[in-house]
Design a protein around this ligand. Structure first.
Ligand SMILES: Nc1ncnc2c1ncn2[C@@H]1O[C@H](COP(=O)(O)OP(=O)(O)OP(=O)(O)O)[C@@H](O)[C@H]1O
Length: 308
């Protein structure tokens, strides 16, 4: 499938000489949800601003729907909806007007049926006649999404869509974003909530220090980098591992109350039976057994941490 957004050797050096993007290459496929993860200052907002034509690159190219974002700004902007991090809305306007005007600003003819559908999808229909200042923070965020969708973009950028939003509402927003994807919209979201990326994204991109460290299918990433851990809780703590267990490359937890077997990624796999047998032979009593798979968070911390 051809990429709907194609980024080549993208660079951004700010006027003060700071290099925020150092040659980014990235293809975003039509219809996918891509989550961009990165620590503060990684360059996520800078990249999105350039794709959306708000900021100029100092090197490289970005093509959106086959058009260059600098040369063909009008065509590319029409294809894009942007939900910014900051709340930039007129507090005294009603929900209905805010969203309808946004469609007009993009030069599209009025379409009340469409606006109705968008407000219903985002659970804002009941609030259509309310002024924005009468809404909660989470509702205002959904108004920003509705605004960004009013001109029927094919690509939606969400910069930290759920920052500061409570857990229940966050789940509601995820459901709304999922419905958009079902409708064929390509979604790119930046987030600090790893759980959000884990829950929603088809692919994950990790960006740090102005560079893309990796872009992978979420499942492949978790399989490739994920490690598993078998933990055997001991009835009586040990101060050191018996030599026979040491030979199996097991480790002892810091408090001496658990024996740990790490496996996965082709290392230490298929040894669980041998581990249990060895523990039995040593006459150690086990009070509990648990397994754990490393999360996206572990993977992210190890990737970004390695660079720090
Ligand atoms: N106008 C500017 N002039 C100089 N440096 C800037 C400017 N805007 C951003 N930067 C710097 O560029 C880097 C990337 O910023 P950016 O806002 O793209 O990061 P981010 O990944 O979106 O971070 P966050 O997660 O905190 O929103 C930061 O070090 C920031 O200080």
């Amino acid at each position: 499938m051809p990429a709907i957004v194609s980024i080549r050797n993208l660079q951004k050096t700010y006027a003060n000489g700071f290099s925020a993007l150092k040659g980014v290459n990235l293809d975003i496929e039509e219809g996918e949800i891509l989550a961009l993860l990165g620590p503060n200052g990684a360059g996520k907002t800078t990249m999105i601003s350039i794709i959306c034509g708000i900021s100029m690159p100092t090197g490289g190219t970005v093509m959106v729907g086959g058009h260059d974002v600098v040369r063909d700004f009008r065509q590319t902007r029409k294809l894009i909806g942007l939900v910014p991090q900051e709340l930039t809305i007129d507090q005294f306007e009603t929900v209905w007007n805010t969203v309808s005007f946004s469609r007009g600003l993009h030069g599209e003819k009025a379409n009340p049926k469409l606006i109705e559908q968008i407000l219903k999808d985002l659970s804002l229909w009941d609030k259509r006649d309310n002024k924005l200042r009468e809404l909660s923070g989470g509702m205002k965020r959904r108004v920003l999404i509705a605004k960004a969708l009013a001109h029927e973009p094919r690509i939606l950028f969400l910069d930290e869509p759920t920052a500061g939003v409570d857990v229940e509402l966050r789940r509601g927003m995820w459901a709304a974003i999922d419905r958009l994807r079902e409708g064929g919209v390509t979604v790119i979201l930046t987030t600090h909530y790893i759980e959000e990326a884990e829950e929603m994204a088809d692919r994950i991109g990790v960006i740090s220090g102005g560079e893309i460290l990796l872009v992978e299918e979420k499942r492949a990433l978790m399989q490739k980098l994920g490690r598993k851990q078998l933990r055997l809780e001991l009835k009586s703590p040990l101060s050191v591992l018996p030599p026979s267990l040491d030979a199996l490359q097991l480790s002892l937890s810091e408090d001496g109350r658990a024996i740990i077997h790490e496996y996965g990624n082709g290392v230490g796999e298929g040894r669980i039976g041998a581990v249990l047998a060895a523990v039995e032979r040593e006459g150690l009593s086990i009070s509990d057994v648990s397994t754990r798979q490393s999360s996206l968070e572990d993977i992210f911390v190890s990737l970004v941490g390695d660079r720090a």
